[in-house]
Design a protein around this ligand. Structure first.
Ligand SMILES: [Fe+2]
Ligand SMILES: [Fe+2]
Length: 222
């Protein structure tokens, strides 16, 4: 690994991070980015790698902000700019990294336009599905006092507990299998690169199997 990347990792290590977006998440996204890049032509790794390492640098600021005004993608791009300038990165590279970071979030309203931004977006979303996605979701669910499993028709659940903006009204009525039905299983259709879609469909089918077994076990049927 380049010395500059090691310096960036050390900067991330010094920051306070949340459990689902810790250094392990960053390194999984970094590895996925490298894997996805192998299947695309002309990826600028000088842009992609720092973007992968720095993409959630401002996540904790958003999590700690109860007003909902902070967008960690927008703030993260600004923070990344400062860090990369200090490390002597060229203006063009910094511009590319900033675009990747700003466009990595579903809700930010910026679409990934470069191949590097598309790869980072896809890699980041792959990390919320599959076995990793299940494990991460349960870590977060525990913190938010969500249920282990809940069986309720989706339409009924949406009326009961999902706000107009898609936000969950009451975490204690929420469960990961419902999160899966509401959001996670749609992820493969929203990805940009072919390889990521392929991985995503595989991960989703594993999750279908997991939640089906979980339902059977909850009901004492297996
Ligand atoms: Fe993020
Ligand atoms: Fe992330």
């Amino acid at each position: 690994m380049q010395q500059r990347y090691q310096i960036i990792i050390n900067i991330i290590k010094e920051k306070k991070l949340c459990t689902a977006h810790d250094l392990d998440h960053v390194l999984r996204v970094y590895n996925l980015c490298k894997r996805l890049a192998e299947h695309e032509a002309e990826v600028d790794m000088n842009v992609l790698i720092p973007a992968a390492l720095l993409h959630d640098i401002a996540r904790i600021v958003e999590d700690d902000d109860s007003s909902g005004a902070v967008d960690h993608a927008v703030l993260g791009a600004e923070k990344a700019e400062g860090i990369l300038e200090r490390l002597g990165y060229e203006k063009e590279v910094i511009k590319g990294v900033k675009h990747c970071i700003i466009a990595h979030r579903f809700r930010s309203g910026y679409n990934p336009e470069t191949i590097e931004a598309k790869i980072l977006f896809d890699a980041d979303k792959l990390d919320v599905i599959g076995a990793i996605g299940i494990a991460r979701s349960f870590m977060v669910a525990g913190q938010h006092e969500e249920k282990l499993f809940r069986e309720i028709p989706l339409e009924e659940y949406i009326k009961e507990n999902v706000g107009k903006n898609g936000r969950i009204k009451d975490n204690s009525k929420h469960a990961i299998n419902l999160e899966f039905e509401l959001k996670l299983k749609k992820i493969p259709h929203r990805l940009y690169t072919q390889k990521a879609k392929e991985i995503a469909f595989r991960r989703i089918s594993y999750m279908e199997e997991f939640f089906s077994t979980l339902r059977d076990e909850v009901n004492g049927e297996t």
